[in-house]
Design a protein around this ligand. Structure first.
Ligand code: AHR
Length: 506
């Protein structure tokens, strides 16, 4: 068994926990919308056609924000197609996903769904095939109370109150050659600046997100951010990051260390933004909106053959996650929390069916994938302030990231409770972790005021490739970890595990 120590000291406060860290993403892609959040005729559907089982799981997941309607989809989207009487809405080719978009769901229905689910909407505008005017029109339709052509049209369509969307993404992944209307950094920086300027004329208080890089391995990474921010610095609040990870060539240990790339991604973008700010003589700080992140077996995605039919809501990107995926995912979430000083928002991509924590059968059951659990536990227990912790532990060698510590952790703390989130990335060895939590109270013994573990759970499985299915939905789920002892405080973390340890004063 490996040995490790970890000190939790409230003096190492990073920033408040931001609820927007627990955002997600609903794109018109595959079965995310149709037979995901929306399926009229489903036994649990409400009068609007929203699936009650998916709503219940979304609430249990503890999601804060939801980005919509894409993704690659938004770069060819005409938002006007999705408003007004359903029978008059056009069916369109969705070039991004080689599908047919029926437009049964549009902005008004989506906002109604966010209200029922209790989520904050985050809207992306199309800067691929469209531009400033269409973005401002959408903003007028959504946010102006009444008295203009588009706000009155919204009211006539049944939405009396404005949608009041505060956070807007200026396009999606415009650095990617796969993107409809892909641009150079300068071309994108110019249109993003013009769009932001016009949107701020409507409402200066909006929060605007400029597109950053679609991954840290993009050939333009770094120079893209610098050029885009030189054009937009005073006009936007956030720059986006997107990152997806997968196990490649059977290198499980390397995959479990993928958060090292996310760490590097965030610190590079923050330094680049600060450098642009310094060059411009600005005191303003740009934050990161990590508005797409997840495990995604992208290398297994097959491109649709040209000439095939254009299906409606086909099953696309339906990754079935195993235990190891959930542990890598948990480590990514730990990274986002560790950077709460500069990561203002994040969206796990996506919510349902498409690389998602929630899966559904059309007309049938819904269940939690393995990745559901780290997200739901962190959303529930991360409260108060983020506290930086650095485990003293053995490292292991990886081809991509060099030596990586076996443990990766973060703590959060409010007046009543401290919670430690920690993954053991060792593929073979349990780790006995000794905790020094003395700075939280009167020592770590058993007397009054001493800090003790009130609850510890572990997500693990003897088969690291174990998955949940509709027939066996709880095969991989958090279970109590009863290995903890006092004086000194210690607990055993199994290999390839996600752990939540809640501490309180006796
Ligand atoms: O989330 C799936 C896709 O990944 C999104 O549409 C796109 O923005 C990214 O490349």
């Amino acid at each position: 068994m490996l040995q490790a120590q970890l000190t939790i000291d409230p003096a190492h406060r990073v920033a408040p926990v931001r609820r927007r860290t627990f955002g997600t993403f609903v794109e018109h892609l595959g079965r995310c919308v149709y037979t995901g959040i929306y399926e009229p005729g489903h036994p649990t559907a409400d009068e609007e056609g929203f699936r009650g089982d998916v709503l219940a799981l979304t609430r249990e997941l503890g999601v804060s924000t939801v980005r919509y309607p894409g993704g690659n989809f938004v770069s060819g989207y005409r938002w006007e197609d999705g408003i007004g009487p359903r029978e008059q809405r056009p069916r369109r080719l969705d070039l991004a996903w080689h599908s047919t978009e029926t437009n049964e769901i549009g902005i008004d229905e989506f906002i109604r769904w966010t209200r029922v689910a209790g989520l904050e909407p985050m809207m992306a505008v199309n800067l691929g095939t469209r531009g400033v005017q269409e973005a401002v029109d959408l903003l007028e339709y959504c946010n102006i109370p009444s008295g203009t052509a588009l706000s009155d049209l919204r009211i006539a369509n049944g939405a009396k109150d404005p949608h009041d969307i505060r956070m807007w993404c200026l396009g999606n992944e415009m650095d990617g050659p796969w993107q409809i209307g892909h641009k150079t950094a300068l071309e994108y920086g110019r249109i993003a600046a013009e769009t932001a300027r016009a949107m701020r004329m409507v409402d200066p208080s909006l929060e605007l997100v400029a597109c950053g890089s679609s991954g840290s391995s993009m050939p333009t990474f770094g120079t893209w951010e610098a050029t885009v921010l030189e054009e937009t610095y005073d006009l936007v609040d956030h720059i986006s990051c997107h990152a997806y990870y997968e196990e490649k060539d059977g290198d499980l240990a390397g995959f479990l260390a993928c958060a090292s790339d996310m760490e590097h991604f965030i610190s590079t973008v923050v330094s680049t933004a600060d450098q642009v700010g310094a060059k411009l003589g600005s005191r303003k700080k740009i934050s990161v909106s990590f508005d797409e992140w997840n495990v995604w077996y992208l290398s297994r995605v097959q491109a649709a053959e040209p000439g095939q039919d254009w299906p409606v809501a086909p099953p696309l990107l339906e990754d079935h996650y195993h235990l190891a995926d959930a542990v890598a995912f948990g480590s990514l979430l730990i990274t986002l929390l560790r950077h709460s000083d500069r990561v203002a928002a994040a969206c796990m991509a996506q919510l349902v069916n498409v690389i998602a924590p929630i899966m559904t059968e059309p007309g049938g059951r819904a269940w939690r994938q393995t990745t559901f659990h780290p997200f739901a536990q962190a959303a529930r227990h991360a409260k108060g302030d983020v506290v930086r912790v650095e485990p003293v532990c053995p490292t292991y060698e990886t081809a991509e990231f060099g030596a990586v510590p076996v443990l990766h952790a973060v703590a959060t703390r409010d007046e009543t409770e401290t919670t430690l989130f920690v993954v053991n990335r060792s593929t073979a060895e349990p780790v006995e972790l000794e905790l020094d939590a003395g700075a939280l109270g009167a020592g770590t013994g058993t007397g009054t005021g001493a800090v003790r573990i009130v609850e510890a759970t572990t997500l693990t499985h003897e088969d690291v490739y174990a998955r949940n299915t509709a027939d066996d939905p709880d095969r991989v789920a958090p279970r109590p970890n009863t290995s903890h002892r006092s004086d000194p405080l210690r607990i055993v973390l199994p290999p390839v595990s996600w752990n939540v340890i809640r501490l309180s004063r006796a």
